[in-house]
Every structure is written in structure tokens, then in C-alpha cells.
Design a protein around this ligand. Sequence first.
Ligand SMILES: [Zn+2]
Ligand SMILES: [Zn+2]
Length: 133
Amino acid sequence: MTAHSGSCLCGAVKFRINGAFEGFFLCHCSRCRQSSGSAHASNLFSPDGTIHWISGRENVKVYHLPDTRFGKSFCSTCGSALSREKAIGTGLVVPAGCLATPVAMKPNAHIFTTSRADWDHDLETVPSFDERP
Ligand SMILES: [Zn+2]
Ligand SMILES: [Zn+2]
């Protein structure tokens, strides 16, 4: 059984996940861009995954956008994205950034790329620095 663990930024929420990841998608849809504040969400999917909240479960809020399948789980103190159970079917959706343990798989694909931000093109050509220049 594959296990991962993670926490939110403020440390109130800590969790452990059991189950293998079978998909890893970078979603550029407008909902993911708006809710993450970034170019895309980076979500892992575990069809048979289960989550155990080690601490802070009372801090975990889940938002479902009405009349859609879109959902987001986050810490109500610091706003960090957290794992959640899928709204339809079984399994977990896990924002890759909330994991403290290494993720062995590479993303499978960018999805909803027709909704990319207008500045989200050729980002690999932007200068990069090891730290803030
Ligand atoms: Zn937090
Ligand atoms: Zn999306």
C-alpha cells in the first residue's frame, strides 16, 4: 500500500493518505486558475485512496461550486489546498503541493489548455533563478 503524508501551511491540518496515484493532471480551466491563483491546479487522483486526518480535521473546509462537479478543500486558517474525497464516485483528489512525501510519477497531461491564462505560453523560456534574484 502506498502512503503519503502532508499538511497545510499553518500546520493545523495534518493528514496521511493510503492508496496509489493513477493520474496526475495540470488543469488550466478557469475554475482551477481562479481558485488556485495560479496558471493551473496540479492534482493527483487516487481511485481507491483513503485519507486519515492526523490533526486539524475541524479546520478543513470543502467548497463545491453549485451545479458543477468542481470542489476544493482547504484549511480555514491559512487557505492551503488540501486533499478531498471526489464529489462523484470514490477516491481522492490530492493537490500535489500539499504533500510532504515525494511523488514518484510525472504529470500525465496539461488539460483544459484552451482556457489557459493569456500569459501562460512558453513559460519554459522565462529566465529562472535558484532563489529570488
Ligand atoms: Zn492551515
Ligand atoms: Zn480545472
